[in-house]
Design a protein around this ligand. Structure first.
Ligand SMILES: Cc1cc2nc3c(=O)[nH]c(=O)nc-3n(C[C@H](O)[C@H](O)[C@H](O)COP(=O)(O)OP(=O)(O)OC[C@H]3O[C@@H](n4cnc5c(N)ncnc54)[C@H](O)[C@@H]3O)c2cc1C
Length: 466
């Protein structure tokens, strides 16, 4: 696409949307082309900020006609460098499409525009006695459209599933501008291909999500959080079994932290207190939610007593208020701050069978030592979902970043794991996709892309090359 025709095209966009919907040159703030590490890439050709689905449709119709590439931006909290505009791309920012349009209290459904910020949706539905259970550390910035496009997981998957399980219907604009009206409010709909799943977890390469019907649940009257110290990984899995048996559906989170994570996060991130001594091999944070606060507290205390008597846990503390629950959650939610504090580093987001996790973590620690005597790994994650995050600190040596990626993804392949449990592939993990998906699977993804986006204008080059 030559830059010579850009003025005419931009003028046409301004006419088709509104002049102020299209930013160019000095109007473009650096945040549209700066990544989370604060490093800018080239300025995009334009930033387009639609207010309605019709705006998105008009934009894509013109981009499809002239084969102009587009990168869609939600809250830009994704961790795989998918939203950084590449040369010649137009940024489609969803930030003005942030309305929470309807809370349907009889169906338990919220209708929201895709640019709505997750935390705003969580807070709004609480006013009507509901909870939208998707929850992650980036809740204050990430958007529902970004959550859908990455099939975000987060802290409560063990009870409510991933974003895919929380979406009842979607409105999506196809690459050629066609609007797919699928904003349905019910769970059951066996009427052929369930098209919404084409757009959930596919990182914006098949269409742009404009509105969503989200599944709500009655808000629990009470959430209580326990933090436990344990001496072995076998004890961690025993505690998971016990918590599942004793708490059943009331168990809403079960997070594990290896010693290095707990010790470093409470030592290096300002404002974090450590409620337990920092020398235990493992820590588990788990959350129980329910309607009866007294009963829940009693159940939690019995469980901890049983775990203590059975030698499964060494020490524990329970939240006594919302503020103390939030303080315990902050330990687990401060992973990004910890990662920054141990730079240079590489982050990983791995799925694997729970019974292989300990060997996996030990193998990585051992192989890292052989590669780089400054390197160490910090391991933590959503244990109940089979999802570990690993952050590797390494020496500031050229090429080391790639060597460590190759080492960890190689071991993940050997352990039959997935190289992306929840963050997606984007640009960052693209070279390693073949370790988790077969060539036939990747070719099938390309076939879908070619048929829905024949000019390859939506997030081109993300996940795979067509
Ligand atoms: C502190 C922190 C904690 C995190 N914790 C978790 C976690 O626990 N679990 C987890 O899953 N992730 C986590 N993440 C990653 C990130 O927050 C999620 O991937 C989130 O869903 C991204 O939402 P976003 O709005 O920021 O999307 P963006 O980063 O803006 O975009 C992500 C992808 O979605 C596409 N996209 C965005 N909006 C649309 C749309 N409307 N239509 C089509 N495509 C679109 C983009 O093009 C891009 O490919 C965390 C990130 C941070 C910084």
């Amino acid at each position: 696409m030559g830059w010579g025709m850009s003025d005419g095209f931009i003028d046409e966009l301004r006419k088709a949307l509104r002049p102020e919907a299209v930013l160019t040159g000095d109007q473009i703030d650096a945040r549209y082309f700066t990544d989370m590490a604060g490093v800018p890439v080239a300025k995009p050709r334009a930033v387009v900020r639609p207010r309605t689905t019709e705006d998105v449709s008009n934009l894509l119709r013109l981009c499809h006609r002239d084969k102009v590439p587009v990168t869609t931006q939600g809250g830009m909290t994704g961790l795989v460098r998918a939203t950084m505009p590449q040369n010649g791309e137009i940024v489609l920012s969803m930030e003005l499409m942030n309305a929470i349009e309807e809370i349907d209290t009889s169906s338990g459904v919220a209708i929201v525009q895709a640019g709505a910020v997750l935390q705003k949706v969580q807070e709004r539905v609480e006013d009507d006695g509901f909870t939208f259970p998707l929850d992650l550390g980036a809740r204050g910035s990430c958007t529902i459209g970004g959550n859908i496009s990455t099939n975000a997981g987060g802290n409560r998957v063990i009870r409510y599933g991933m974003t895919r399980d929380l979406v009842l219907g979607l409105e999506v604009v196809r690459a050629d501008g066609t609007v797919l009206h699928g904003l349905r409010k019910y769970i059951k709909n066996n009427t052929g291909v369930d098209l919404k799943h084409l757009f959930i977890g596919t990182e914006g390469v098949l269409g742009v999500v404009t509105r969503a019907a989200l599944r709500l649940f009655p808000a629990p009257a009470e959430r209580q959080v326990a933090l436990c110290a344990l001496s072995s990984f076998d004890d961690v899995t025993s505690l998971l079994r016990l918590a599942r048996t004793r708490l059943g559906g009331a168990l809403t989170a079960f997070e594990v932290m290896w010693n290095e994570y707990y010790r470093l996060v409470t030592g290096k991130v300002p404002g974090l207190a450590s409620p337990l001594p920092t020398n235990h091999p493992f820590y588990v944070l788990f959350e129980a939610s329910g309607g009866d606060a007294d009963r829940m507290r009693a159940d939690l205390e019995h469980l901890l007593e049983e775990a203590m008597t059975g030698g499964i846990i060494l020490d524990a503390t329970i939240s006594t208020s919302n503020a103390s629950a939030a303080a315990i959650w902050r330990i687990r939610d401060s992973s990004v701050e910890l990662s920054k504090a141990i730079s240079p580093r590489v982050g990983f987001d791995i799925s694997l069978a729970i019974d292989r996790m300990e060997d996996f973590a030990n193998r990585i620690a051992g192989d890292l030592r052989k590669l780089d005597n400054e390197a160490f790994s910090v391991v933590y994650g959503h244990l109940g979902d089979g999802n570990l995050h690993v952050v590797v600190h390494h020496a500031d040596t050229p090429g080391r970043y790639v060597e460590i990626q190759e080492l960890v993804y190689g071991i993940t392949g050997e352990f039959d794991g997935s190289i992306s449990a929840e963050h997606g592939i984007g640009m960052l993990k693209k070279p390693f996709l073949k370790l988790s998906r077969t060539e036939d699977e990747i070719e099938t993804m390309r076939m879908l892309k070619r048929s829905l986006d024949p000019h390859n204008i939506l997030n081109p080059g993300r996940i795979f090359t067509v």
